[in-house]
Design a protein around this ligand. Structure first.
Ligand code: ZN
Length: 324
């Protein structure tokens, strides 16, 4: 009897501890408790033995199948958030802009065209940047590599320029952007900026919101982090935060999806953006290098010289920077 009591205490204490962690653990604890109660009854009673064995078997099968299909995790909360990065599937391909993917751009405030760009150009931003054929410098702001493994340097600063209203980007990119839009218009295409600079706090907010969502669904912290990072770019790893990237669509296609690449405007951008210093940052077929799915709408400013080399050699920024 002493043994039975000892066992009961141990099991209930363990179940209580387990149940306190999260919803998933609570379910597991409840199932474990059921298994224990049935087994306890079988061991310490000899009545209706067969019925009890069948019942125990049923509970046990349910428990095992539930446990093996559920995302198992018994995180004890001792992990540090920085360590999670290593646990994230770095090789998984995600959408850089997934959190922002909009099915339809209907709000006039959220898009900017050539006219808007022209309205906001000032004398200072109008001056063309002097490009040279000098050797490329890894520390050049234009070549700053930002991805899942290269976070934005803490001391990185830049001045924001206005595209339109609250739409901003690095002010040094305003003129090249304007020139590109003007070039497109000359060829008969009307481009629109839909998502330029994004504030880090917004990125953090989106990431945390996603994390909370997963945790509330019963996932552990570690699982939630892993899943969130596949849906929202980790704070500090989005090029949109350095104001050098923007999502560009046109006046007759409003979806941030691969279909944009098939439009005449999408094709024009892919073929001509380098002349203005922009590159198609996440090309098709390079997903394993960039870690981001094909995004025909996402363009990054790197300067005309680098963009030309990248375009002519079919490189990604990762490959270009690596060879410097
Ligand atoms: Zn983007």
């Amino acid at each position: 009897m002493k043994m039975r009591e000892k066992c009961r205490k141990k099991i209930t204490a363990y179940c209580k501890k387990l149940a306190a962690k999260n919803k998933l653990c609570l379910n597991l604890a409840a199932a474990l408790l059921c298994v224990y109660i049935v087994l306890d009854k079988i061991i310490y009673s000899n009545r209706y033995l067969l019925a009890r064995i069948i019942c125990a078997g049923f509970v046990l099968i349910t428990f095992v199948s539930e446990a093996s299909f559920a995302p198992m995790s018994f995180d004890d909360g001792s992990y540090d958030i920085d360590n999670y990065e290593e646990l994230v599937l770095i090789d998984s391909t995600v959408a850089e802009d997934e959190a922002y993917i909009i099915t339809e751009v209907s709000n006039e405030e959220d898009i900017a065209n050539l006219e808007d760009l022209k309205d906001n150009l000032t004398d200072e931003t109008l001056t063309d940047e002097v490009e040279s054929n000098a050797e490329f410098d890894k520390n050049d702001w234009k070549l700053l590599l930002v991805n899942k493994t290269h976070t934005i340097p803490e001391d990185y600063t830049f001045t924001l320029g206005t595209i339109k209203g609250s739409m901003k980007c690095d002010e040094r990119v305003l003129k090249p952007l304007y020139d590109m839009f003007e070039g497109a218009q000359k060829d008969g295409y009307n481009l629109t900026v839909v998502s330029p600079y994004r504030d880090i706090s917004r990125q953090e907010y989106l990431f945390e919101r996603k994390m909370k969502n997963y945790i509330n669904k019963g996932y552990s912290y570690i699982e939630a982090y892993k899943l969130s990072s596949q849906a929202v770019t980790l704070p500090g790893t989005s090029e949109h935060q350095i104001g050098l990237s923007m999502d560009i669509l046109c006046d007759n296609y409003f979806n941030l999806d691969s279909g944009f690449g098939k439009t005449e405007e999408g094709k024009w951008l892919a073929e001509n953006s380098y002349k203005y210093g922009f590159i198609l940052r996440y090309p098709e077929g390079k997903e394993d290098i960039t870690g981001i799915m094909y995004e025909p709408w996402h363009f990054r400013y790197v300067g005309v010289d680098a963009a030309t080399v990248i375009y002519e050699n079919n490189l990604t920024l990762e490959e270009f920077v690596e060879n410097l």
